[in-house]
Structure formats: C-alpha cells, structure tokens
Design a protein around this ligand. Structure first.
Ligand code: G16
Length: 527
C-alpha cells in the first residue's frame, strides 16, 4: 500500500495538485514535497533494472525553504519519454511493484535543512539498495551514478574514492591545459550552499590556482542555512547585476582601485557559474557595481577557444542558446565567430540534446548553465595516432578538454576551470570587448495559474491563451526591442524577458508586457 498515494490527481492540470515532475525535475516548497518525493522513489522502481539510477535532493537556485529532486538515468537527465513515464508512474494508484534492481540507487543531497529528511523518504519509496553519497553537487551525482565512472570496471567505488578521483581528474586536466604554469587567484562566492564542501578539496590540490572561498556555509553554523542563495550566488548576481552580499566579510575590502580580481558565483547545487569584476568605488557610501561575464559571454569565450585549439582538425562547432541569450551575443557568435547558433526552450536537458547534433556542441544559458558535448565521431578522432605535429598537439588539448568537462550536465567547477584556461590568452578585458550587451531584464510575474501559458517549441512565442502573442507582437512593433514570456518550471511564476537598445525601451516593454499578462492571466500579487 502506498502511504502517500492521493485520491484524485490529474497530470498537469493545475498547481493545486501538488508538485509535478518536469524537465527540471521536481521542485516546490519543502513542506509540500514528501508525498511527491515518496511517489518519485516508487516510480523509479519501474525504470528497467539494467539502468543505473541516481537522485539529487536539491532545489538548486531556489530559496532555502524550497527543495526538489533531480534524477539521473545512466548519468544523463531523463529523456522526454522517461520523464513522461516517471511523471505518470508518480500518479499511478496501483500498489508499488517490488524493487528488482540489483544496482544501488546513488543518492546525493545539497545543504538544505529538508534534504536529509527528503532523501530518507525517497529511499523509502525506492525500497531497494541505496548508495548514499551525502553532500555533493548535481553534476557530481550525475557522474557518480554513471555506470562508466570512472570507468566500466571500477563502478561502485567508495564515496571517498569517487571524490578524490573527481578532484584529481579536474586538477590534472586543468593543469595540462594551462599554456604556462603561472599563479592566479579566483574569488568564489559559494552562495552559502554545498559549493564550499565540493570545491574545498580543489583548493588543496590545484598547484597554480588559488581559490578564495566566500559565503561558506559551514563557517557560521546551521542557522545560516537560511542564507542559501540569499542575495548571493549566480542567480542573484546574474539577474540583479549586483555583487553578492558577503556574509561575515566586508565587500569594500575587495572594491578598491587596486583590486582587479576576478570573481565567480555558483548556485545551490553547483551546476551554474557566472564570472565578474567588482568595480572600484571611491567612497564606502557609493554602491558597488560589477562587470558581469554571464553565460552568454562565457559561451563566446569557450567557442573562441575551441576554434583556436582545433584550427587544423576543422570541426563542426555549434552553439546552443535559449531565448534569454542577449541578442548581441548571438550576433557575435554568428558574425564574428562564424558558428551555427541554435535556440532551444529553457532547460539544460534541451540545450544538451541540441548540442549533441554538432561535432562539438557548446551550450550555455545566460544564467550560467553550460557545457560542451562531443560527438562519438570526435571522440573516435581523439583515439588516432597523428604524425602531423599540429594535429598531435590539438588532439592532446582536446583530450584534456573532454576530460575536464562533465559529459552529462554542465558543472560549475569544470566550467570555472575551463573558462580560466580559455581566458589565459585574451584576458578578461578581451572578453569584455567581444560585444556590448543590449540592455535587458528578466523578471517574474505572479499569475493565478501559470499553466494557462503554453509556448512554441523554443518558448519565444506564446501559443495559449489565444490572442496574447498578437498583443505582445503589437507591443514590440510599437516600442521596438524583443520580449517573450514563458512559465517557469522551477517557481510558481511566469517569467518576462525584455531586451532593447536602452534602459528606457526595456522598462517600457516590461511594463506593457505586464499589462498584457494581467489582462489574459490575472495577477496573483505583486513581486
Ligand atoms: C533549472 C534548469 C535551467 C533553467 C532554470 C530556470 O536550473 O535546469 O535550465 O534555466 O531552472 O528555469 P525556469 O525559468 O523554468 O524556472 P536550476 O539551476 O534551478 O536547477
């Protein structure tokens, strides 16, 4: 008997049914999750026993009071059909089938108060063997739950061995890619989450890079867990274009004229990253600002690097973005870097899939999720022995890039090291000069029922409610610029993106879009 089965649930009909599994996994306020998490555990019993499964308890960029689950099947994010299967099985009122899986379910968690409790509920629903890997990042969970990590023979390493293999591998790949061994420093805002636990071993193993960790959760005791992602972390920094709040430290210390340091911020499960410089200020009373290097710019940096290091291999390199990509970055990729650019709907899973259509597919969301996908053809190329010295050198470099990147999902730590390698030749000023961002804003709109919004394939146009897109097109014709709306998969809101030549266009666009949303969907409350 399933203790958490509900009497009446219809997939996808309304928010009141409770959390629904989607492309971003399961996500809601932690108090609303136990039933869905249990049912997800039960649903996983029905995934074929030959598959190796993993689960991460996390709500990533969301506030500390939310939580959720991300699933891995053989290391990857579930495909569309597996996602649907899981969603339907979670609502199946039949008694749970027995768990016949011989492989243990790899189970990791982030630092939220509710994560341990929810991981126990998930184990209960799963009802089979569990390999508990404790605090980790989502990308680590994907890797560690893959049947081929670190290789086919050594699956089932102990947690300590997995972690130390991960650290050693990243260190070796990064240091082999460095053109010349020179010392550098990077400040890392750990967002008061699990990032400090994940990154700390690297601070001990990297020989040329000093990582200065800020917003480390463990230093201030567990009460501060409520500070997770609170005015810090990649989502806050990218959306607000503000420096993170530094808990227990004085940010003015880092904003003097002499300070040209580079910073980065990651999120609550360490799968996204943005870089920035803190702009100096002469008076402690003036607000501190940043020069942001968001996911779009990091994408350009990585593509430029890949083109340079594979000049003779001449590979088909492609770039994948979402509608949130700044128009200036798309133009730069197409016109300056001369790569094909593809736009998908939001969700790393979709970007990853689209990137796999190229020899080398680079994908980045503006918010900092990103990675490189290498086709089987390229991986095969890398096994050949080349006589030509240039090809030999390129293959050597590419092998280390492959080694560095997480093959299943973007990893903030791998991306951090990759970007530091890629920037070595051009410097951050060079990255800044790629293009000038169009002005833009991404904001939330609290509607009564976000599920009334349906979009086209790449989520740049609304299909339902009928008539709404016509009005949005009219607004764009009148004001200029670009805008779109879509329902969030991770929060109870509709997101608005507005982009234009100047701040005024963006502000007017946003205001007019809000009016259209209010007319068609109703307003729940003001954010
Ligand atoms: C998840 C997805 C991302 C997406 C983000 C926001 O990230 O993996 O692809 O950009 O949610 O999605 P939405 O706009 O639908 O709320 P994370 O880092 O929160 O797991």
């Amino acid at each position: 008997m399933n203790p958490f089965s509900s009497k009446k649930q219809v997939v996808g009909s309304s928010a009141s049914e409770g959390p629904i599994y989607n492309a971003s996994g399961l996500r809601a306020n932690a108090t609303d999750l136990p039933r869905a998490v249990y049912n997800l555990g039960v649903a996983l019993r029905s995934i074929p026993v030959s598959k190796s499964l993993g689960v991460m308890i996390t709500a990533s960029h969301n506030p500390w009071s939310d939580n959720g689950v991300k699933v891995s099947i053989n290391g990857s994010i579930p495909s569309g059909s597996d996602e649907k299967k899981i969603k339907n099985l979670m609502l199946d009122p039949q008694p749970p089938p027995p768990n016949l899986h011989k492989h243990a379910l790899t189970l990791g968690l982030d630092s939220r108060y509710s994560s341990l409790y929810l991981s126990r509920i998930l184990s209960l629903g799963w009802g089979g063997k569990t390999r508990f890997i404790g605090l980790c990042s989502t990308p680590q969970m994907h890797l560690f739950s893959s049947p081929s990590y670190p290789n086919h023979k050594t699956f089932n390493l102990s947690v300590e061995d997995l972690r130390s293999h991960w650290t050693k591998n990243l260190t070796l790949a990064y240091e082999s890619l460095l053109p010349s061994p020179k010392r550098s420093t990077l400040h890392v805002d750990c967002s008061n989450g699990v990032a400090s636990d994940v990154i700390y071993p690297l601070t001990q193993s990297l020989n040329y890079l000093t990582l200065v960790l800020h917003n480390k959760r463990e230093e201030r005791g567990c009460d501060c867990e409520t500070n997770l992602n609170e005015k810090c972390g990649s989502e806050y920094v990218q959306k607000n274009q503000n420096p993170p709040m530094l808990y227990g430290e004085d940010i003015y210390k880092f904003s003097s004229d002499k300070n040209n340091d580079i910073w980065c911020s990651v999120d609550g499960d360490v799968d996204r990253i943005v870089f920035y410089r803190i702009i100096s200020t002469s008076s402690p009373l003036s607000p501190i600002t940043i020069k942001l290097f968001d996911g779009d710019r990091l994408m350009c940096l990585v593509v430029k690097y890949l083109k340079r290091v594979t000049l003779n291999l001449s590979l088909n390199i492609g770039a994948v973005q979402t509608g949130y990509a700044n128009g200036a970055s798309t133009r730069y990729l197409k016109e300056e870097l001369k790569v094909r650019v593809f736009c998908t709907r939001t969700g790393v899973k979709y970007l990853h899939e689209a990137a796999s259509k190229f020899d080398v597919g680079v994908y980045f969301e503006a918010n900092g999720h990103g990675s490189i996908v290498f086709s089987p053809y390229v991986l095969k190329l890398l096994t050949f022995d080349y006589k030509d010295e240039k090809l030999k050198a390129e293959v050597k470099t590419l092998k280390n890039v492959v080694k560095l990147c997480n093959e299943y999902v973007g990893c903030a730590v791998a991306d951090m090291l990759l970007c530091l390698v890629a920037v070595d030749e051009i410097g951050w000023d060079g990255v800044e000069s790629f293009y000038t961002d169009l002005k833009s804003s991404t904001t939330k709109f609290n509607v009564l029922n976000k599920n009334l919004v349906e979009c086209n394939d790449d989520e740049t146009k609304v299909v339902k409610p009928e008539g709404m897109q016509g009005e949005l097109d009219g607004v764009m014709r009148e004001i200029g610029g670009r805008c779109f709306v879509r329902k969030s998969n991770t929060e109870d809101c509709v997101r608005i993106y507005a982009e234009g030549e100047d701040d005024k266009v963006v502000a007017v666009l946003e205001e007019r879009v809000r009016a259209v949303l209010g007319k068609y969907l109703g307003v729940k409350g003001k954010l």
